[in-house]
Design a protein. Structure first.
Length: 158
């Protein structure tokens, strides 16, 4: 019986001093936290990339429209340029294309060549884009969709 107690004591001492399972427990506790951090980073990167693409698409449309007076009134061409610049973001759309005219001396203009006899006509082209994104994983308390907006304005002389 005494031999059994000594063996049991040795066994208990041996179990107390071993650390082989500690790394496995630490890994099991930290793996979910690491997975959430990686998933959050991926989602943040997706939204940031889409926001940059939506803004760049609006800039592309404005750049096309600001080439000349003819291209400024070509809303189909402006829309095409913006849409084809943002092809990497599915569902992106051009929500608005607008033109505004003013004389360089500050007087009002309708865009007619005779409106500004002593100055130049300044034409302002504005393009607005948007896209709706669904998150990879829906988290309660956060929106189910994100709407990202892009806008660009450029002034050109006629």
């Amino acid at each position: 019986m005494r031999i059994g107690k000594i063996t049991l004591r040795k066994l208990m001492r041996a179990l107390k001093s071993r650390d082989e399972g500690g790394a496995l427990v630490e890994t099991a506790l930290t793996a979910p936290v690491l997975a959430v951090l990686i998933l959050g980073s991926v989602e943040f990167a997706r939204v940031a990339y889409a926001a940059i693409e939506v803004t760049n698409a609006a800039r592309s449309g404005v750049s096309y429209g600001a080439q000349s007076g003819l291209t400024a009134s070509d809303t189909a061409g402006i829309t095409w340029a913006a849409t084809h610049d943002g092809v990497n973001v599915p569902g992106m759309s051009v929500t608005g294309v607008s033109l505004a005219y003013i004389c360089s001396d500050g007087s009002a203009s309708t865009g007619a060549p005779s409106d500004c006899p002593n100055s130049h006509i300044e034409e302002t082209v504005t393009v607005q884009t948007q896209v709706r994104m669904n998150p990879l994983v829906h988290v309660p308390g956060l929106p189910a969709t994100y709407t990202l907006y892009g806008s660009a304005v450029q002034k050109c002389m006629q």
